[in-house]
Design a binder for this molecule. Structure first.
Ligand code: ADP
Length: 361
């Protein structure tokens, strides 16, 4: 065989035998010509049983089904795509084409075992979920007790007592927000995120989020405008609850990081195949040298941390994942001291496969 003969050593072993990764080699007709020992172990099959078979014929072996459905009969090119072979075996698949005179003479399929990383990640995520759930009950109890005290149920409070309790209430609310954010992040990282998809209107959804901020904006004397397109806005498939979290996370930042007397504008624009939403503020902005980190977990701008201790740095990471799970795109423009505009688009179409894939990790 071309591959083996060229690479065999004096013991009759080829280089491929020593690889820690699995390797399958297909010829120009997409028939299998080499299976290294690691690939035999992954698929629990002996090389002799499958040599000479086409990729589609391999699909008859249950262990090969995921691989065949990923690569198709023509062996499409893939880079680090994950497949699950059995419960504790997850492989990352990459194909490499060997070209001669512009034609593909061989295709190498490299199989890298990522099960351990995935299982560790899963265990960590499960731990976060469990811990966050456990923390929910005591923080809710504290909130309830503080609200009773603040409401005067146990007697009048003097101003000093009220101040202390209000501080405690605020800190407790912050802990509740962090717990909820952690639960959202854990859901994202487990790859299960969107659930109840239904045809919804984005305009109504935004209006309901903004309503919750009416008082806060009045207190900060923020000049708010909501400019909607005159075009008819079609309904789109949304997980309303999740999309509200995304919009709230973006809008909350605009309100929080815009000083008293500033301005916030929301625009809804209808494009040919998508709806674009812009949330623009005249606030503190994001320092230029930190802008590449904006959508990463726990990022908080250095100009913000000086004046605000309430944020978790998880809001935009969550928002980005929600929008991308809806096949949308999110981006922003910002100038420190001048303001920030967040943009996101959502595709207009009746149905979509709205589940997170590995591209979100
Ligand atoms: P946080 O809980 O800190 O608001 P986010 O993930 O929502 O976390 O945002 C991350 C960081 O991005 C913020 O801490 C802030 O530095 C910056 N940021 C986001 N939106 C704005 C905005 N509208 N104006 C200024 N800074 C912003």
């Amino acid at each position: 065989m071309f591959w083996q003969n060229k690479n065999q050593n004096e013991n009759g072993l080829s280089l491929a035998d020593y690889l820690a990764d699995g390797l399958l080699v297909f010829d120009s007709k997409n028939k299998i010509v080499l299976v290294n020992p690691q690939a035999e172990a992954f698929f629990e099959v002996e090389e002799e049983k499958i040599l000479g078979k086409s990729i589609l014929e391999l699909g008859r072996f249950p262990n090969f089904r995921e691989l065949v459905s990923l690569l198709g009969g023509g062996i499409r090119e893939v880079f680090r795509k994950e497949i699950q072979i059995r419960e504790n075996l997850i492989l990352e698949v990459t194909t490499v084409s060997v070209m001669r005179n512009h034609t593909r003479v061989k295709t190498l399929v490299i199989l890298h075992d990522v099960s351990r990383e995935k299982l560790t990640q899963k265990a960590k995520t499960e731990f976060v979920t469990l811990a966050a759930h456990q923390l929910r009950t005591p923080t809710s109890a504290v909130k309830w007790s503080l609200e009773m005290l603040l409401g005067g149920d146990l007697g009048e409070l003097n101003s000093e007592q009220r101040k202390v309790l209000e501080k405690a209430h605020k800190s407790n609310d912050r802990a509740i927000k962090l717990i909820n954010d952690l639960l959202n992040v854990a859901e994202i990282e487990e790859g299960r995120y969107l659930s109840a998809l239904s045809l919804s209107g984005i305009e109504g959804l935004i209006t309901s989020v903004v309503k919750d901020y009416k008082e806060k904006m009045e207190r900060k004397k923020i000049n708010f405008e909501f400019i909607k397109t005159k075009d008819h806005l079609p309904q789109i498939m949304l997980d309303e609850e999740k999309m509200k979290i995304a919009v709230r996370n973006i809008f909350d930042n605009a309100v929080r990081y815009t000083p008293t007397g500033g301005k916030i504008s929301i625009f809804i624009i209808k494009r040919e195949k998508e709806i674009e939403v812009q949330i623009k503020d005249t606030g503190l902005g994001i320092p230029e040298d930190q802008q590449d980190k904006v959508f990463t977990k726990f990022f908080r701008g250095s100009n913000i941390t000086k004046i605000d201790t309430e944020g978790t740095g998880l809001g935009l990471y969550i928002a980005k994942n929600i929008i991308e799970a809806h096949d949308g795109i999110i981006w922003f423009e910002s100038k420190e001291g001048k303001g920030t505009t967040f943009y996101f688009t959502l595709p207009v179409r009746k149905r979509f496969g709205g589940y997170l894939t590995e591209k979100f990790y």
